[in-house]
Design a protein around this ligand. Sequence first.
Ligand code: HEC
Length: 108
Amino acid sequence: MIKKLFLTLVLTGAAVTLTQAQDAKAVYEKDCAKCHAANGNGDTKMGKKLGAKDYTDAKVQADMKDDKAFKVIKEGLKEGDKTLMKPSEGITDDQIKALITYMRAFKK
Ligand code: HEC
């Protein structure tokens, strides 16, 4: 009985993680890839114009801190009056965390 319950919990946990990972990919490709590029290197027209960094670079990844990344995705990023990145809309805190995990995987 206990064993069965445990197994159910493990399986649901795995399912949730999997959905979030797929979710993050879908959100990323829809909302982020136009600047950061599908592979994270920022090599897009908009990304180059706005100065998106190369997130396949281990050094760039090391400079990216989870708490700052979270804040930027949630609240957006400005440079003076210029908006580099808009605050995200309609995504949950958990989705933001999943997006950061997704971006971490760009590192070569
Ligand atoms: C309009 C272009 C644009 C879009 C769309 C965009 N970003 Fe950005 N983002 C930037 C620019 C420019 C920067 C600043 C340079 C850099 O860090 O690459 C940035 C910075 C970041 C950072 C770095 C924060 C730090 O640690 O300094 C993260 C994380 C990030 N973006 C995630 C995302 C995610 C996730 C999405 C989609 C929900 C997204 N961005 C959509 C342009 C964009």
